[in-house]
Write a protein of this length. Structure first.
Length: 493
């Protein structure tokens, strides 16, 4: 991943460029500062970069990864970075055919691009590229900016609450995590409440942390490291030694509810319409596994061998897998016992089709689903989500959505499965039809037909740069097409 950080014609004061480059204050200084900030951010995420500078003051920041990453995801991260750092030019990462000049290349204005990273560090960055942990940390760091890019019509609506890999809600903040104010930070470090009650002081600290983009894991790390040495004392009670362990997760949810304005944070696990109780926040590893499995279903859809085996059933299988992912998040478990009627309601398929497809998925080599126990009488099959061995490494590198995982909306009972799959990959960023087809893993002709269907209902719009998600509401489309009535009849049956 390469981030060009562009300035005007002013030169840069840089020890790596002492070959007659003249220092001038102004835009180039800001460019240099932003390049340094990006490098520091990657370092905080556990990674490393190499960087260069041109005679005109423009800079490149190279973030090298140990595996090839999906182009669309690299593009999105580059655009998210540009939202936070205005000097970044995401254009070279926004086209599959773009090229960029490396360190040591001749500059068009004369002179050469020179390393601004010490040679030993640049060599280490090349010989030991960043791993999947750095990729995941960067996606978390830019979660708010990525959300904003995905808003329909490029909107700037309020950032939504997301779930971290432990299934715990948090509110991403544009610009990244911010430190607490002086007074509340002092209270967390010393335990002094300055006349407040202990409960009031705890909630003030947690609400401030939630509003500044902290996750519960960040709060726990501050406590474990000793930086918030006084915070546990706000929970102390002799009769209950583990009081903080019991109350902190509950108070964190209250803080998130207050900051986000959401009345029911438990429903963040999935869509608001479900037929099982919401999952608790325990079993943190399960949520990470579920999201990894959902990512693995994308790898399966892109696998030519598996796609050939699925044949004409491919679209329906992907609809069913989406419903299973939603069911897993609702239950908070990777081992499911959801009946075919329930999966039918959330996949846009008939009950008979769901039954046939489940049998096929069970019988696959290196399957996505493992049968635990067969259903008997009124009991449904019990099956476990499984990441196929073939995709385990790829899953570690792909972007995992940390928010809600939805099945197929009832509107697509009428609009069709193809339209549902295309709608899933559209966001507020314009993309050419070929890019949409590639992201949806569909043929160009099928994608074109689906886009026309979506456009007729206002669910897709075509701009100068390509297609983006439309502003129409899915519930309203379901009502106007009669899909809502059809879904209601199925639910009643």
């Amino acid at each position: 991943m390469i981030l060009p950080v562009s300035g005007n014609s002013a030169d840069v004061d840089d020890r790596a460029v002492q070959y007659g480059h003249e220092h001038r204050a102004g835009p180039a200084a800001e460019v240099a500062a932003q390049a340094v900030s990006i490098a520091e951010l990657v370092t905080r995420c556990g990674g490393q970069v190499l960087a260069d500078v041109s005679p005109s003051g423009g800079r490149h920041v190279f973030i090298l990864f140990a595996a090839a990453l999906p182009w669309r995801e690299l593009r999105d991260l580059a655009r998210a970075t540009a939202l936070r750092f205005p000097a970044v030019d995401p254009a070279p990462m926004s086209s599959m055919g773009a090229q960029i000049s490396p360190p040591g290349s001749r500059h068009k204005s004369g002179g050469w691009r020179l390393l601004s990273t010490p040679l030993s560090e640049a060599r280490a960055a090349v010989e030991h590229p960043n791993g999947p942990g750095v990729w995941s940390a960067l996606l978390t760091e830019f979660a708010a900016e990525l959300q904003q890019l995905e808003q329909p019509c490029g909107g700037t609506q309020q950032v939504d609450t997301e779930l971290d890999d432990a299934g715990i809600p948090w509110v991403p903040r544009l610009g990244g995590r911010d430190p607490l104010g002086v007074e509340l930070d002092l209270a967390a470090r010393t335990g002094h409440t300055r006349g407040r009650g202990r409960s009031e002081a705890r909630m003030a600290i947690l609400c401030a942390a939630a509003a500044r983009g902290w996750r519960l894991a960040d709060v726990l790390e501050a406590i474990r490291s000793g930086r918030w040495k006084g915070f546990p004392g706000l929970y102390e009670r002799r009769s209950e030694p583990d009081r903080m362990a019991r109350l902190l997760p509950l108070e964190w949810r209250k803080a998130i509810t207050f900051v986000s304005g959401s009345e029911n944070p438990r429903n963040w696990l999935t869509s608001d319409t479900n037929h099982a109780p919401p999952a608790p926040i325990d079993g943190a590893d399960e949520f990470g596994l579920i999201r990894q499995w959902v990512t693995g279903t994308g790898c399966a859809a892109a696998d030519p061998e598996r796609d050939r085996r699925w044949g004409r059933r491919s679209i329906a299988i992907r609809q069913l897998l989406a419903a299973i992912g939603q069911a897993a998040m609702v239950s908070g478990s990777s081992v499911l016992e959801f009946g075919t009627r329930n999966l039918s309601l959330h996949s846009g398929l008939s009950q008979r089709t769901v039954s046939r497809l489940l049998a096929m998925l069970y019988a696959e080599p290196d399957p996505l689903l493992d049968v635990v126990t067969r259903g008997r009488m009124a009991r449904a099959d019990r099956f476990a989500l499984r990441i196929p061995d073939r995709y385990r490494e790829s899953v570690r590198w792909r972007r995992r959505r940390t928010g809600r995982i939805d099945g197929i909306h009832p509107a697509f009972l009428v609009l069709g499965g193809l339209a549902a799959l295309v709608y899933q990959v559209l966001d507020g960023t314009e993309a050419r039809g070929a890019e949409v087809a590639r992201a949806a893993r569909l043929s160009p002709s099928a994608t074109s037909a689906a886009l026309r269907t979506l456009a007729e209902r206002g669910l897709a719009e075509r701009g100068r740069g390509g297609w983006r998600r439309g502003a129409a509401d899915l519930d309203e489309v379901a009502t106007s097409t009669g899909a809502a009535d059809l879904h209601r009849e199925r639910a009643e049956r």
